[in-house]
Design a protein around this ligand. Structure first.
Ligand code: IMP
Length: 429
């Protein structure tokens, strides 16, 4: 039996979808434990591109079981559409996908509340999928869980309570009647759809672990968007970090063997908030074009910058990363010199640990180390020894700076475009 958590070690969009798809070959069960359809996991499979928002990327791995666990907030309409889309592409979902009865739902009023907040002063650049308001309701103890959705009298009572509290706040955007209609839209057919999918996911996982199966926990977003340890308040409303895999799926911490952090060879971020190594110049624009850095969920251009070792060291500590997977190394081909941020200057002092204060995060000035660039082409290389020396030096420098070994290097979206470095890593296919 082996368990692995895969997390993003930056601001999300590190390329977790491909890595989960690759390592998922060894998994029996793949679990999403937080976030909702704000995520966009891109996987190229059989030459076709799939962007998954709620269903674990592991669904593309034939025969694997996928769980949407209790820590996720789930949009019923979006989930049904995603399942239908996969089935239309001959990816079997029925009998393989199970959704926790304990998972909270995103309902139309959550999306309106998100839009309302984003139209005002507290705007943080969310995906407007209703994620924050759904999690607010969960911790505010007025949320609706899948088990409650499936029980019509309970669902109706909860919705009426929520609508009477929220409709007045939303009256500039939508009437109570429209809101009620939207909330009950397709209710009967959705219940029929969810009936075979709803499950006691902690019980399924307990059985898997007892039977010695391999379980992969797939994080969404990234460490710097974590509501506790990210760039608060410019964060998502869940904990994408490894510790949340236990709370978010109902397994104990002793069940976890390994934590793999996915890092991009440079840094990107979507939405507002501090980003010390951001390149607000033509080189930043060039990185965006070369790396095709546009949001998989909203299509927004991603902000681009140099690799920030302060950020990744923070991720190593908070997640207890045991290995790294580096992605998009090929995008840096021909860039000379390559810069890596090794510390910040804040209030005249050199700081090596990511600060908690929002002012310090906003004012941090990166201190860079310059490394020689490498010429290509590196794309297509599948053996580490074939990489140019400067590319190898870059990888080794990153490992030393953050203190965790690299298990994989990815240079393209398909599974073949990967260097498998560490044969002792049991998840390598
Ligand atoms: P929310 O999660 O939609 O509330 O958005 C909060 C912040 O997280 C915004 O800056 C979003 O751009 C960012 N965010 C949410 N999901 C993702 C993701 O999957 N990748 C990258 N950024 C994300």
């Amino acid at each position: 039996m082996s368990t692995l958590i895969v997390v993003g070690a930056q601001w999300g969009d590190e390329g977790k979808g491909k890595i989960v798809h690759l390592l998922g070959k060894k998994a029996d069960t793949i679990v999403r434990y937080q976030g909702g359809n704000n995520a966009g996991h891109t996987v190229v499979f059989d030459g076709k591109k799939f962007v998954l928002h709620q269903i674990p990327s592991g669904i593309l791995q034939p025969g694997r079981r996928c769980l949407i666990a209790n820590g996720v907030v789930m949009d019923p309409w979006a989930l049904r559409d995603e399942a239908r889309f996969l089935e239309s592409r001959k990816i079997r979902v029925k009998g393989r996908l199970f959704i926790s009865a304990w998972a909270h739902l995103i309902l139309p009023y959550h999306r309106y509340l998100d839009a309302l907040r984003e139209s005002g002063q507290g705007k943080i650049g969310t995906t407007k999928r209703g994620i924050g308001p759904a999690y607010s309701d969960k911790v505010g103890r007025v949320g609706v869980r899948l088990a409650d959705y499936m029980d019509p009298p309970t669902f109706r009572t909860l919705v009426e309570q929520n609508l009477s509290a929220k409709a007045p706040l939303l009256k500039s955007l939508v009437s109570l009647a429209v809101l009620r209609n939207e909330t009950f839209k397709d209710y009967d057919s959705l219940r029929r759809f969810f009936e075979p999918l709803m499950a006691d996911t902690p019980a399924l996982l307990q059985k898997d672990l007892a039977a010695g199966k391999n379980v992969l926990f797939e994080g969404a977003q990234g460490t710097m968007l974590d509501v506790d340890f990210g760039t608060y308040p410019f964060v998502t409303s869940s904990n994408p970090i490894a510790g949340a895999a236990c709370v978010g799926s109902g397994v104990g911490p002793a069940a976890i063997d390994e934590v793999l952090g996915v890092v991009k060879a440079y840094t990107t971020r979507v939405g507002d908030g501090p980003f010390p190594t951001e390149l607000k110049d033509s080189f930043g624009d060039a990185l965006r074009e070369r790396g095709q850095e546009f949001g998989a969920t909203t299509g927004r251009p991603r902000r681009c910058g140099w690799f920030d070792a302060v950020v990744v060291r923070h991720a190593v500590r908070i997640n207890g990363l045991t290995r790294l997977s580096l992605t998009k190394l090929d995008v840096l081909e021909g860039v000379d010199p390559i810069r890596v941020c090794v510390a910040y200057r804040i209030d005249g002092k050199v700081v090596k640990d990511f600060p908690a204060s929002r002012r310090a995060q906003a004012e941090a000035v990166p201190i860079y180390k310059e490394l020689p660039g490498f010429a290509g082409p590196v794309k297509g290389i599948t053996r580490y020894q074939d990489l140019p020396d400067a590319a190898k030096k870059y990888c080794r420098f990153l490992e030393t700076e953050v203190g965790v070994p690299m298990a994989l290097i990815s240079m393209g979206r398909s599974r073949e475009e990967t260097i498998l470095l560490d044969k002792s890593f049991r998840w390598i296919p």
